[in-house]
Design a protein around this ligand. Sequence first.
Ligand code: ZN
Length: 328
Amino acid sequence: MNHRSFVSLLRKILSTPTAPFHEYAVAAVIRELLAPLPHVTVTADAFGNLIATYRRGKKKPSLAFAAHMDHPGWVRHAGKEEFLGGVPADRLDSHAVEWFGEFGMWELTPFSLKDGLVHSRVCDDLVGCAAIVAMFRELEEKEAEATVYGLFTRAEEVGFIGAIELAKTWPLPDGVCFVSLETSAPRGGAEQGKGPVIRVGDRMSVFHDGVTAELLDAAAGEKIGHQRALLDGGSCEATAMNLWGIPAAGISVLLGNYHNCPPESGIAAEFVSLDDVKNLVKLITATAIRTARRKTGDSSKAQLKTRLEKRVRDHRKYERAAAKHWVK
Ligand SMILES: [Zn+2]
């Protein structure tokens, strides 16, 4: 996808208003953007999480990329205005709110692109949603033979509610790994602008070793800018999936002004590096294609095991030579 159509896709999704439990406008935009893609079908589970499937050919699925459609925001509930999501209480009355019927967002720029940075009232996690839509477009353009899922979840900001509903009635084949696409505050030496972060884990759990290796492999093989780190500033939906027994991994685009909170005080737009987001799309597209092509035993982990086994064999002569010193 060229720069211009990618930016317009980002603009369209990031400009859509959302709040926990009020993700319907985002869901409608995602459905509208996926509708023209001939190999993508979209359904919803009983809770309203969207399940998109790209299927071309007969390849077995192994990956589901997931992003949440909500963002911390205001809701009208039982005659009162309440804030849902993680923002310090002393900032809640410091900024004007724009209402969209039953929910409200901070009055901030919906979208602007300046000096390679995307500023928006909601990057977390509409950036992840946009990356999945862009991946589906890329797979169509490349006529890739693969089966890959995109999951768009609800109400993550109040405790992974959509993801837990999804995990409880897991609608995908056994063995499919849930790969959380998030935006996160920089931690563990990772820096904005140096590529998406392949996460070793989050604040609460560590992630699936094999799938993390696949992601790192694809990034190295296709020379896609990326970082590897433990982002333990927060937890993401992969932790919820782990708890419910679904294998899970995670990637994050580093976020400035996490949850609209600038370092000192007040409320401001979040921002991400456009290049980081483009590299995220490249990374998930390449991983989807490579895992679909790969035969069993061909994975980077299987190759590493073969190399280590050879090393054991190669050093046997030294072991034999030293054997006489070992008392049996
Ligand atoms: Zn998030």
